[in-house]
Design a binder for this molecule. Structure first.
Ligand SMILES: [Zn+2]
Length: 468
């Protein structure tokens, strides 16, 4: 077992180029010397490329024997199959158990169901403390702690089988984590990040809510708030400049912030936010609870509605027509109930009132959206619920109207599409990233088996191997 593990490639998905061949430092050099340098540089590059090719040619691939294979969720499950992985890529998928050549590693999952790595389209990796405890940590802890906490939560998420996440807002901690993972410094899931979520002043993302005036006076003015068209254009550009892959904003107040569930944004502000994000090639995720706020987001052209707690028939029709994704985040209810069970005063009274309401209406929008054919992408809002327990959402999705097959498709094919990563993740097919998980039992018969993922491979590296 030990020697087999050593054969797995290291988790270094985005190793930066070893040689930065900028051409600007040669000014003032004689032409011949410059040309000689160039020739030498090209020769070195050719040698490097040849070395890379030969090392790739001798690198041992990994053969995975899958008892049952959900290669493309939504399509028929396959029987005995062999997946060949080389480096971070899936090289081939074929029927039967192919014998690995000498030197190749073998992962025996003949008694498992093998699926693509799961995708959670709505997380907040930087914390899952929540409630009054979360507010207190904001005051008492150094912000640098957030990046370390994000890394810990990222690993919990990855070990739970979620090899890709979309992180929808924090202070920038997860942007740093995304970069550290890309550089191979630390392990973690693939991260699509929104930098900081945007709202209007006094809205859901105004982190000064709940602080007294003295504290607020000493805080730098937040860079994630906007009021008016110009300000909203600017705040999107600022998040993109920080490295945001996607833009997230709130048209309504929020449950946890105590800002209420009604609309907290004007029409021109929402339109400016979406138009600017789209002009820069970024998709837009909109946090919206009340029906008016959802309709505002849809008129502005949102790509996904997050939470979408109150949906009427008009909303469902519009989402279907516009192809807007719904990300239900039903798991928030688990977070609320567990925190309140541990401490009835976990939330301030005004927040608690909203939480009670939210618990009472859980799943009502999903029950409308599914039969209407609205596209659903899996998202938990982990951070409100506990990290690493992302798969609890499957049970809730099935409870409120989805089949297990639809729920799994939402966490793979659909979420990959929403994240703009359909050519990279979401299915087990040749050419895609080697993000592969396995469970004992049949998730189509009982979706709860996805809560215990016994094998996780992320970009070709084994994170969790089955005990044998
Ligand atoms: Zn959220």
């Amino acid at each position: 077992m030990k020697s087999r593990r050593q054969c797995y490639p290291s988790l270094a998905p985005y190793v930066p180029p070893a040689c930065h061949c900028g051409g600007g430092a040669e000014q003032g050099q004689p032409f011949d010397k410059l040309r000689a340098n160039r020739v030498g540089m090209i020769r070195n590059l050719v040698l490097l490329a040849a070395a890379g090719l030969s090392s790739a040619a001798v690198a041992a691939p990994t053969y995975i024997h899958a008892g049952r294979l959900m290669a493309v969720p939504g399509q028929a499950v396959r029987g005995a199959s062999t997946i060949v992985v080389d480096g971070d890529r899936i090289v081939s998928v074929s029927a039967g158990f192919q014998a690995p050549p000498a030197g190749a590693a073998l992962v025996d999952l003949r008694d498992r169901t093998v699926l693509p790595g799961l995708i959670d389209a709505h997380v907040h990796l930087a914390s899952d403390r929540g409630g009054e405890a979360g507010l207190l940590s904001f005051v008492r802890e150094e912000p640098q702690m957030n990046a370390l906490e994000a890394q810990m939560n990222g690993m919990k998420t990855l070990r739970a089988g979620f090899t890709t996440v979309r992180n929808l807002g924090d202070d920038g901690a997860t942007l740093a984590l995304r970069e550290a993972i890309k550089r191979g410094w630390v392990q973690g899931p693939r991260i699509v990040d929104a930098a900081s979520s945007i709202s209007t002043t006094g809205g859901h993302m105004d982190g000064r809510g709940g602080l007294n005036d003295d504290l607020v006076a000493h805080l730098p003015s937040p860079e994630n708030l906007c009021d008016g068209v110009d300000s909203c254009r600017k705040v999107v550009r600022r998040q993109i400049d920080r490295g945001a892959d996607v833009i997230k904003f709130a048209t309504t107040g929020g449950v946890n912030s105590g800002t209420g569930l009604a609309t907290r944004m004007e029409e021109d502000e929402a339109r400016a936010l979406v138009a600017t994000a789209h002009a820069y090639g970024r998709k837009v995720a909109v946090h919206a609870h009340g029906a008016d706020g959802i309709k505002l987001a849809l008129r502005a052209g949102a790509d996904s509605i997050e939470h979408g707690t109150v949906m009427d028939d008009e909303i469902v029709r519009t989402m279907k027509k516009q192809g807007t994704y719904y990300v239900p985040t039903l798991s928030t209810v688990n977070g609320y109930l567990e925190r309140l069970a541990a401490n009835p005063n976990a939330y301030a009274p005004d927040v608690k009132k909203q939480i009670d309401w939210r618990i009472g209406v859980t799943g009502q929008s999903l029950l409308k959206a599914v039969p209407a054919g609205v596209k659903i992408a899996f998202g938990t809002d982990a951070g409100v619920s506990k990290h690493g327990r992302n798969a609890d959402e499957f049970e809730l999705l099935v409870k409120y109207g989805m089949t297990p097959a639809e729920a799994i498709k939402a966490a793979t094919v659909n979420a990959a599409d929403l994240l703009g990563l359909a050519s990279e993740v979401g299915t087990i097919e040749a050419g895609k990233s080697a993000d592969i998980i396995a469970v004992t039992g049949d998730p189509l018969a009982d979706v709860r088996v996805l809560k215990s993922v016994g094998f996780v491979m992320a970009r070709g590296a084994v994170i969790t191997a089955p005990a044998r």
